[in-house]
Design a binder for this molecule. Structure first.
Ligand code: ATP
Length: 505
């Protein structure tokens, strides 16, 4: 719920993960800064993605293209003409909304009714409850499901045919009210282009209007031949990229879920025409497996297949994650056909084709794309990790159960005493020096040990190594496990291999 999201945002701020942009000037909406712990987690997520996509696939390579691109790029890609969201204002509250989101939130409410119905029946029937059967036969559920289908079909059709009057009619027929004021006094629905523009070159020399890229994908498409030729790549092959993207979202709420400046991790996979749907299925499965391997809970993921396809796609699905606000898109897998490469051929006048030496023919490859928002992935990790617990001794703690491989710090080195003459700080620093190159370590000697453990819990450090008097005698330390609070004693020589073992995925 919203409360949970607020708690997570509060924790993220208090512990140096995420700050509102320009906070001292009361903030800039939908822009966020990653703090000292946030940047570590973010870098680890990037690395986890890059390793899985680039390092582990011999036919996928990476690039880093510029944010500014020739303005014709966005003409060819369709973004100048069609990268719009339908916007609507409430005449009484003067609040602005995305018309499609208003309808979708209405659908979420119907969905919630179905969930409630199921929960009620579950209670009533206990162990004898057959959920599948119930969903397939209960008249209330069926009626609501039908309603959802009808409304989403109509919304999809209206958006696709740009019948904005019908989108408004739908909002009125459903009786959707402004969530803030309760008013149903709506303006017409208008299209709103999401691209930010700026000028390149000084005005005196005749400036050119250019755009901040709204997706990283086009930087890959325009470099298709550069990479293919210089890397001697053979279809099927992929190009991956991590980078910033900018969208002037009409409404930007829900913390880092929807930002105006955000980061994407995208991979475009070039295949032979006709083979795209097989590859689409392959990438859907591979990407779902990647998510589940992380251990945030298999039940938190689901596919959502698109019924209404974008102009460039012949198949598309989202991987949704169970965020505090419910199941929402985390990643998109799209079969983009040859739409982009063909369009760039047409607008640039350059061929963007692959010569297949086996069949002795040239073709414009089809593309299967995987596209995930880095910040959304960050929010997924953070919200799955955030836990408030009461311990056996009755004390409470807030702990981030971040997967060990992604945690900002893998280990904290804590001398039991801070006094130099105890010899413990010197020993602890020697251990730190030995681990620091291979692991991101924290060193903390301030306050009682229990308090230091809590601080590490709050930033998600999976292991605490405590150096005590016994360490000086037999060269052993305790390792405390963040999640089950167990403490084991091991020798200092074993530390590195132990940490390597427990922090790898
Ligand atoms: P949405 O429907 O949520 O607006 P989208 O379908 O427009 O997203 P895509 O264009 O497919 O998104 O972009 C791919 C990925 O980029 C999304 O799955 C999401 O994780 C991320 N993303 C898109 N827009 C934003 C944003 N404004 N803030 C943060 N991440 C975003």
């Amino acid at each position: 719920d919203d409360n949970q999201l607020k708690k997570i945002a509060g924790h993220a701020k208090e512990y140096g993960f995420i700050f509102q942009s320009s906070e001292i000037y009361d903030g800039l909406s939908a822009a966020y800064d990653y703090g000292q712990n946030g940047v570590e987690l973010k870098n680890n997520i990037k690395q986890y993605w890059w390793k899985a996509m680039v390092q582990m696939n011999e036919n996928i390579v990476g690039i880093d293209s510029s944010i500014f691109m020739h303005p014709t790029t966005w003409k060819a890609s369709g973004h100048v003409d069609a990268f719009n969201d339908p916007m609507i204002d409430n005449k009484d509250s003067k609040k602005r909304y995305r018309a499609d989101v208003l309808v979708e939130e209405y659908l979420d409410k119907i969905e919630a009714k179905i969930t409630k119905e199921v929960e009620k029946a579950e209670k009533r029937f206990g162990d004898a409850f057959d959920k599948e059967q119930f969903l397939a036969t209960n008249p209330n559920v069926l009626r609501n499901k039908e309603k959802i289908d009808e409304i989403s079909q109509r919304l999809g059709n209206s958006l696709e045919t740009e019948n904005l009057a019908d989108v408004k009619a739908l909002i009125e027929e459903l009786g959707i009210a402004d969530p803030v004021s309760g008013s149903k006094n709506w303006t017409d629905v208008r299209q709103f282009n999401l691209m930010f523009s700026t000028e390149m070159g000084s005005v005196a020399e005749g400036a050119n209007k250019i755009y901040l890229r709204p997706e990283t994908a086009q930087g890959i498409f325009v470099n298709f031949l550069n990479v293919q030729k210089s890397g001697r790549m053979k279809v099927p092959f992929g190009i991956a990229q991590i980078g910033k993207a900018f969208r002037n979202e009409i409404i930007a709420r829900q913390f880092i879920f929807r930002m105006r400046e955000f980061e994407q991790m995208e991979m475009q996979f070039f295949v032979k025409p006709g083979e795209e749907l097989t590859w689409y299925e392959t990438w859907k499965e591979k990407r779902m497996k990647w998510h589940k391997t992380l251990g945030l809970g298999d039940e938190n993921y689901r596919f959502h297949d698109h019924i209404n396809l974008a102009h460039y796609a012949n198949a598309a699905a989202d991987i949704q994650f169970n965020f505090p606000m419910g199941f929402k898109e985390l990643e998109g897998i799209h079969s983009r056909t040859d739409f982009d490469l063909k369009a760039h051929e047409e607008y640039s006048g350059k061929k963007l084709q692959f010569f297949d030496t086996v069949d002795n023919e040239s073709f414009v490859p089809y593309v299967v794309e995987t596209s995930i928002g880095l910040d959304r992935m960050f929010l997924a990790v953070l919200s799955a990790a955030y836990t408030e617990e009461t311990l056996e001794d009755g004390s409470e703690r807030t702990v981030l159960k971040i997967p060990a491989a992604l945690a900002p710090y893998q280990v904290a080195i804590l001398p039991l005493l801070k006094k130099e003459d105890s010899g413990l700080p010197q020993k602890a620093r020697a251990i730190l020096a030995d681990l620091q190159f291979d692991f991101n370590c924290q060193y903390d000697e301030k306050d009682a040990i229990g308090k230091r453990y809590r601080r590490q819990d709050a930033i998600g450090t999976p292991y605490c190594v405590t150096v005590d008097h016994q360490t000086l005698e037999d060269n052993t330390v305790t390792i405390r496990d963040r999640d089950d609070l167990s403490q084991i004693r091991i020798s200092v020589e074993e530390l590195k291999s132990k940490l390597t073992e427990v922090t790898s995925i």
